[in-house]
Write a protein that binds this ligand. Structure first.
Ligand code: GLN
Length: 488
């Protein structure tokens, strides 16, 4: 067996499992070993349960032997961002306040993966409560980028991205509120999909900003990401914001089916502040699509300049309300030297939350206060509607958009941690898809002059994941970026 089995795609591994050349238990053991050998450099996992993982793999092998394979991902290990509830497993959200908390039930996405035989492999590191763009905000330690361990993997799903990129897992789930799947996918040279708002159930997913959060798949190929998306998406009666639409097919055959599209290039996404190497890589990708027979059209999204401000009002407001439940009574950590109930709240929250989370709670409480509600929160909601309208107007003329994912490649650990505004700008190109409820894909499209991955961003209409996956696959298939791996 090839010594780098951990770099194979899920769909390649499926064939090996079907042929009997590899068992799911062997695969799980290979990943466990790989993880143990690189974790001291990466810190991508918060916890993992070897025995449980091998046991699930064993059950998958049994099904295959009996000719009862449940799906194309039966027996394939998937790492889970540590904000998605898996029964019996720790659920920390990267926070001290949830230290020791064990989830009593499965999130809908977990249940769906179990139902098709996925092996639920370890709990992946993340910025505390998914707030961050560098994975430096985890109580359980920073995560490093496998391409250069002195650099950040991006965030908040930095553990998921680093684990996939380094071959610690085959697939992973992340979550994206303002870019947290796409930005780390781009920094680590992998593929990440932020589904349209309402495509994937949020039941059992710890909320950061409920009107923006979406769970999505991360993997090393577009086909793998499509396969996992197919499993986790679809209506769920337990999430009132889950959208009741018929499931489209996301098999490799269906996304490999080409049709000519009209692709919009929004000028506002190519202005000042964009790294020249990234600009070049995106322009090359646009030329590729043009040559392949798609029509390229320049468009304008005039509301782009307001996205950052709107996001930090809306996301902070929702976070301050969602995080009120962490009171030291119901979940996880409780401060010890307390006088009375009020003191429990103060001390537990004071000791349990990190500084970025506190910053967001304060900002959110401020914009929701009586004096500021109308001038800040309500106004932000109105501008959010204008941003969405802007996209919908453009989508009358084009099928999808191409933009960069990030203004720079992976930055150095510590480079931006003292300057929150600089850090927030990392998501300047990704945030609008969340505000407008759109789907968006990040996939590798090159390496910078210093050997760091660059991501290509395809933004699609709500519930048109199939189209961006298909266009992403076309690019991936014609290049060999998916076979580039970090040396670690
Ligand atoms: N970096 C953004 C933030 O800190 C987005 C995070 C996310 O998508 N979860 O809020």
């Amino acid at each position: 067996m090839d010594s780098r089995v951990f770099y194979k795609s899920a769909l390649e591994l499926e064939k090996l499992l079907d042929s009997g050349k590899l068992t799911s238990v062997e695969l799980a053991k290979i990943l466990i070993e790989r993880t143990k050998s690189v974790e001291n450099q990466l810190n991508a996992f918060i916890s993992f349960d070897e025995e449980k993982t091998i046991n699930e793999a064993m059950q998958s092998d049994g099904r295959r032997k009996a000719g009862k394979k449940l799906s194309n991902l039966d027996g394939i290990p998937v790492g889970i961002k540590d904000l998605i509830a898996e029964q019996g497993q720790p659920l920390t959200c990267g926070s001290k306040i949830l230290q020791g908390y064990v989830s009593p039930y499965d999130a809908t996405v977990i249940k769906r993966m179990r139902n098709v035989g996925c092996v639920l492999w370890g709990r992946l590191n993340m910025d505390e409560f998914a707030m961050g763009s560098s994975n430096e905000n985890s109580y359980y330690g920073k995560v490093s980028n496998p391409w250069d361990v002195s650099r950040v993997p991006g965030g908040s799903s930095g553990g998921s991205a680093a684990a996939v990129a380094s071959g610690e897992t085959i697939l992973a789930l992340g979550s994206d509120t303002g870019g947290s799947i796409r930005q780390p996918a781009s920094f680590c040279g992998i593929v990440g999909l932020k589904p349209s708002y309402g495509s994937v159930s949020r039941y059992g997913v710890v909320a950061f900003a409920s009107s923006l959060d979406q769970v999505g798949p991360m993997g090393r190929s577009v086909g793998d990401v499509a396969a996992l998306f197919h499993i986790i998406s679809g209506h769920d009666g337990r999430d009132s914001s889950s959208y009741p639409i018929d499931k489209t097919n996301h098999t490799l055959e269906s996304i490999a089916n080409k049709t000519a599209k009209v692709i919009g290039i929004p000028s506002e996404y190519f202005g000042e502040g964009l790294d020249s190497g990234i600009r070049q890589a995106i322009e090359n990708a646009i030329k590729f699509y043009e040559k392949a027979g798609h029509r390229i059209q320049k468009v304008s999204l005039a509301t782009t300049e307001y996205t950052m401000a709107v996001y930090y009002v809306v996301a902070a407001a929702e976070a301050s309300s969602n995080l009120a439940r962490f009171d030291g009574i119901r979940y996880g950590y409780r401060s010890e030297n307390v006088r009375d109930a009020i003191d429990i709240y103060y001390k537990t929250r004071g000791e349990g939350f990190g500084s970025e989370v506190k910053r967001r709670i304060m900002l959110g409480t401020y914009v929701l206060s009586n004096e500021n509600f109308e001038s800040h929160y309500l106004r932000a909601q109105k501008v959010r509607t204008l941003i969405r309208n802007d996209f919908m107007r453009v989508f009358e003329k084009v099928d999808m958009l191409i933009t960069p994912v990030t203004p720079s490649t992976a930055f150095k650990i510590g480079e931006k941690s003292a300057n929150p505004l600089q850090m927030y700008l990392s998501d300047i190109y990704t945030i609008s898809a969340n505000l407008a409820g759109l789907c968006a894909l990040s996939l590798p499209c090159g390496l910078s002059h210093n050997g760091l991955p660059i991501g290509l961003h395809l933004i699609g209409k709500p519930f048109h994941e199939h189209e961006i996956l298909s266009l992403g696959y076309e690019f991936e298939h014609a290049h060999d970026f998916k076979d580039m791996h970090p040396v670690i």
